[in-house]
Design a protein around this ligand. Structure first.
Ligand code: ARG
Ligand code: ZN
Length: 425
């Protein structure tokens, strides 16, 4: 982005937030007083102002599209940043007044009845809470053990910190089946994504006999947590962590994490990615430099399955995105993707009214190269989508647990439309 806007320098009070409060053994990043603002991009200065504030470490960007940007204003920068926006006459809306308060309320413990049920079921997974990797993997293993004729679980590799990358396959074993690959949790903080993908797994595995022919005629592959290290880090240390956890050294310092969705090897290294290891969109030292993206791509490449669709679930914003992401361009068959995307969106809308926008990710959001969707499409997988789940910014990444079931349910209705399309090819 080339968003430099010149203006008098602000006095920086103290830009070194978030504060690490040492609550040993594990220290947690504290977001007390940090705010989320929605900033309209009508005013021509906005992007430049945001760019400068981010460079000065007073804000970070959460999400956004062509009409507005959601920013996180660090707590000790709220007054300072407020003055900047006033002076520039940029209207803002405070969406979250105290981020830490939202984080504290997001994922409360289950009530005793639920815990009782949990203990009787043979696995601990629910869709009333956001679960740790251990619960998610335990649930997958439970299904493989319980339904060995249709469900199998394999580790396709290990994360940087050594966690399994578990793929669950659901199939009736018919050799003519098309295959669909679904993943979640590429970005650690997008908790609704693994929750939604495990909801699909539960529905298909527990009810396979009574599922539709479309569902039964597809070989399903699910990798619900692509980035388990990052995901665990969001539970234990920093709720807003995005990248994986592998450190990278620069000449002057070491920063942790690569954005796995900038690390895939299709037009890697282009727009919307950074070569700076400290950036939130660091692309890694080379395409597939990270064990998680490497394992995913090796698995798809070496599989004998006939992958016809790839869907990767992210949050937030409510978008159904198809390639290309790397730049403002679309694949030759984009009309098919657009048409299917719109039918999926209407199935989602018919569930309970949620509206999803459909379009290419570069066109609807911004160019970003190295995404898994572009890579999958480049591999010849016909239907490749990134789905940005709920919401549209009211809670953003910190989506309360009461949203899990409704969001997953409407998403399943969207997925059924894709399944029908794939099954009839
Ligand atoms: N929010 C996602 C990201 O920034 C969107 C990815 C869309 N796909 C793409 N290839 N740019 O990673
Ligand atoms: Zn994401």
């Amino acid at each position: 982005e080339h968003l430099e806007v010149e203006g008098p320098e602000e006095t920086i009070i103290d830009a070194s937030l978030p504060v690490l409060r040492s609550t040993s053994p594990e220290s947690r990043v504290d977001y007390t007083g940090a705010q989320i603002w929605k900033v309209s991009t009508q005013n021509t200065n906005v992007r430049g102002v945001i760019y400068r504030l981010r460079r000065r470490n007073l804000i970070s960007t959460w999400g956004g599209n062509q009409s507005s940007i959601d920013i996180l204003v660090k707590s000790n920068a709220v007054n300072n940043v407020t003055r900047v926006f006033k002076r520039e006459r940029i209207p803002i809306e405070v969406v979250i007044e105290d981020l830490q308060q939202r984080i504290n309320e997001e994922n409360p413990p289950l009530d005793p009845n639920e815990v009782e049920l949990q203990n009787r079921r043979g696995h601990r997974m629910t869709w009333k809470q956001y679960h740790r990797v251990e619960d998610i993997h335990g649930f997958m293993d439970y299904l493989a053990k319980t339904y060995p004729k249709i469900v199998s679980v394999n580790s396709i590799g290990k994360s940087y910190e050594g966690r399994d990358l578990k793929v669950l396959r659901i199939s009736d074993g018919k050799p003519t089946n098309k295959a669909v690959f679904i993943d979640g949790g590429i970005h650690a903080r997008e908790w609704i994504s693994p929750a939604t993908v495990t909801y699909f797994i539960n529905q298909f595995a527990e009810n396979f006999d009574v599922e539709t022919d479309d569902i039964k005629n597809i070989d399903w592959y699910f990798l619900p947590v692509v980035n388990p290290d990052g995901y665990e880090h969001t539970h234990q240390s920093d709720r807003l962590w995005r990248k994986n956890k592998k450190p990278s050294r620069t000449t002057s310092r070491t920063c942790i994490g690569t954005d796995l969705n900038r690390n895939f090897g299709y037009r890697w290294g282009g727009k919307g990615s950074s070569g700076n290891p400290c950036s939130e969109i660091y692309r890694g030292s080379s395409a597939f430099s990270e064990p998680e993206s490497k394992a995913l791509s090796d698995f798809i490449k070496s599989s004998s399955a006939n992958f016809t669709a790839y869907i990767t679930y992210h949050s937030y914003g409510q978008y159904l995105l198809y390639p290309w992401g790397y730049d403002n361009a679309v694949p030759p068959d984009y009309k098919d993707l657009d048409e299917l995307g719109n039918r999926m969106a209407s199935a989602i809308r018919q569930t309970r009214g949620s509206s999803y926008q459909v379009g290419s990710s570069s066109g609807l959001l911004y160019p970003a190269s190295g995404g898994s969707d572009d890579w999958a499409k480049g591999q010849g997988i016909r239907y490749s989508f990134t789905i940005e789940l709920s919401d549209t910014g009211r809670y953003g990444f910190i989506l309360p647990t009461s949203f899990i079931e409704p969001v997953a349910r409407e998403s399943l209705n969207g997925l059924r439309v894709l399944a029908a399309q794939v099954a009839k090819l």
